[in-house]
Design a binder for this molecule. Structure first.
Ligand SMILES: Nc1ncnc2c1ncn2[C@@H]1O[C@H](COP(=O)(O)OP(=O)(O)OP(=O)(O)O)[C@@H](O)[C@H]1O
Ligand SMILES: [Mg+2]
Length: 462
């Protein structure tokens, strides 16, 4: 069969569409838009009403609002598939969570439409589904048009994989290792796993293993009794215990010493912890998530990270792609960060499309964090409440030049890091927070890196 354009398809055999939304005005509006394009359209305002229609006639597409009042739209999708297996279900939702995405994909939803609905998105989606059915092609399943979970933004295929990963593991108790370069959103993902687990109401306790010394980390994690070591003038509960019932997030896990790794492994294996200097053993009910921006596999191969702990932690691995690998998400992220900025500061800064395009064309070695910081800086300095392409050009952090290939060979990764840090410190006039920001890392990460690379950051407080 020839591949028809929208109008051809609509004319030869109009697609029939069922809109299910308890908001009558939206349902009515959708019907008029779809009818104007030549589609046959019916509306229903409850699953029961919709089911009655599904018994009467065949539909090519069902558009379902996920928050139907009576029963969830997800259960309804399942029902549609039972009654009409061929019907394409499209979810319309204002707040897709990782869970709903995974469930609805499992139940057979083929697409997502975020709310507020955009007519163009809707029509192109309907057209795509119509074309697909009319050509009878089943290759290339449609890229899911994705309404993202509230705090994680992105609808690139790679991010969709991440959402699926989160959704799959959240409900389980599995230990998860989250990997990805600095600023790609590892902590955000860890929080999402927690928020979608049965532990959501309990504490989420993050600890940056790279930010403190070995001894401090040991007592922070495991707790100690009064007098356990010099300076322990009172007993202290460890973070592992504090996370009881909830989730412990071990950030920068690869920065831990062998001693800490051994102790952590024991805690994970035995499900209990003994504070330093104590004889009491405390049983644990804690889920562990860990993150690293290093190639953990390589560290294990090189003997820098314990293999036994690695296998214990990496029951499931969620890898976050660099921003370079999901450039199509940049415009979404930019608008998200600007909205966020406006909300926090009660401002109304807008951004020109050309400025968004300019941002989308730049390299982001510091990934999402660097983009976030840049948008915030641009918003602060936008003179007439509007960010323009030339603001982007001017407001580019000095790091740009650093991100570009150097005339000299780069040398080792460490040398490269060293040079970047020194240059960022120079560009920021010795201001550590600013340098860290421009490097797209946290202040503590900057300290750690400086310590490891033997860089003197200059006097404190600058
Ligand atoms: N997909 C995303 N959508 C919205 N915000 C994001 C996204 N990814 C990252 N961010 C934001 O970018 C910043 C960095 O994210 P996060 O701290 O999770 O990164 P990270 O991978 O843990 O970085 P590091 O390795 O440096 O600790 C945070 O402010 C976070 O809210
Ligand atoms: Mg982090």
């Amino acid at each position: 069969m020839k591949k028809g354009s929208l109008s051809e398809v609509a004319m030869s055999k109009p697609l029939s569409i069922l809109v299910v939304d308890d908001d009558r005005s939206i349902a009515k509006w959708l019907k008029s838009v779809l009818a104007a394009e030549g589609y046959r359209c019916q509306t229903a305002h409850s699953p029961e009403e919709a089911e009655a229609l599904l018994h009467q006639e065949r539909f090519d597409i069902t558009l379902v609002d996920i928050y139907l009042r009576e029963s969830s739209g997800l259960d309804f999708i399942k029902r549609v598939k039972e009654l009409q297996a061929e019907c394409n279900c499209v979810m319309m939702t204002a707040h897709a969570s990782v869970e709903t995405v995974a469930r609805s994909v499992n139940e057979g939803a083929v697409e997502y439409l975020g709310k507020p609905l955009k007519i163009d998105d809707l029509l192109s989606l309907v057209k795509r589904l119509g074309d697909r059915d009319s050509t009878g092609t089943s290759e290339a399943p449609p890229a899911v048009l994705f309404s993202p979970p509230t705090s994680i933004v992105g609808r690139s295929p790679k991010m969709l994989d991440v959402y699926r990963g989160i959704a799959r593991v959240a409900a389980s108790e599995a230990t998860v290792l989250i990997t990805g370069a600095s600023g790609t959103g590892k902590e955000l993902v860890a929080r999402a796993v927690h928020e979608h687990s049965r532990r959501a109401a309990m504490p989420f306790v993050p600890i940056n293993c790279g930010a403190v010394s070995e001894t401090l980390l040991e007592s922070e994690l495991f707790g100690h009794e009064k007098g356990a070591f010099t300076g322990a003038d009172r007993s202290r509960r460890g973070l592992i215990e504090t996370a009881g019932g909830g989730t412990l997030f071990l950030d920068e896990i690869t920065e831990t010493s062998n001693m800490i790794q051994v102790k952590l492994l024991r805690v994970l294996q035995e499900g209990q912890v003994r504070p330093l200097g104590s004889n009491t053993i405390i049983p644990l009910d804690v889920r562990v998530l860990a993150a690293s921006n290093q190639d953990v596999d390589a560290l294990v191969q090189a003997g820098h990270f314990r293999e036994d702990l690695y296998y214990r932690l990496a029951v499931v691995v969620i890898h976050l792609p660099s921003l370079d690998e999901r450039r199509e998400d940049i415009p979404l992220l930019v608008r998200h960060f600007l909205d966020d900025f406006n909300q926090r500061n009660q401002r109304h800064v807008s951004i020109r499309d050309s400025a968004v395009a300019a941002l989308a064309g730049l390299p982001w070695p510091g990934n999402v964090r660097e983009l976030e910081n840049t948008v915030e800086r641009l918003a602060i300095f936008s003179s007439f409440g509007e960010i323009t392409a030339s603001d982007v050009e001017r407001g580019r952090p000095p790091l740009k030049t650093l991100g570009e290939p150097d005339a000299r060979p780069a040398g080792t990764l460490q040398e490269m890091e060293r040079r970047l840090i020194l240059q960022a410190m120079r560009d920021a006039d010795g201001n550590r927070s600013l340098a860290a920001k421009r490097l797209g890392i946290g202040r503590k990460s900057l300290y750690n890196k400086a310590r490891r690379l033997n860089i003197d950051l200059g006097p404190e407080g600058s």
